[in-house]
Design a binder for this molecule. Sequence first.
Ligand SMILES: [Zn+2]
Length: 180
Amino acid sequence: MPDSSHQLTLLGGPDGPPHGDDHWMRIALRKAEAGAQAGEVPVGAVLVRHGQCIACSHNAPISECDPTAHAEIRVLREAARRLGNYRLPGTTLYVTLEPCPMCVGAMVHARVARLVYAASDTRTGAAGGALDLVGHESHNHRIEVTGGVLREQAAELLRGFFRSRRTMGKAKTVTAPVGD
Ligand SMILES: [Zn+2]
């Protein structure tokens, strides 16, 4: 139910300063850091509409025992619940790592208008890194894509996380998504 939007706690606002991609990606990076603190692979996501944050979250499959609990899926779920609509037209999804096929599929279902990601994922990225599902001709919904926003910060966060995992001897429990 769209009328419930006034009940949302929103960051920014129509009267605030305009925020660019870097601003929202920095928030996604902070969420990714929170994920790392919780022992999750550090990936964070923010869903924005009309210059306002509708939902933000981090990767949580381990803590939630849920293989679908990627940051992107979690923000889509939260935003759809908050807005009372499973379609999320006019939204931009910011994520610190190129999304996997599952998450791109969910974005297409939700009719997300734009995807902005930081680091590329040459192993499972579905926005052109490993395969390109975003531009796949079978989809009747097109998502505009911008990659590489604050890429180095996001990649360094992932590298640092996997370095510390290796140091702790836990490298086998998760696999590094970044190809380098
Ligand atoms: Zn995913």
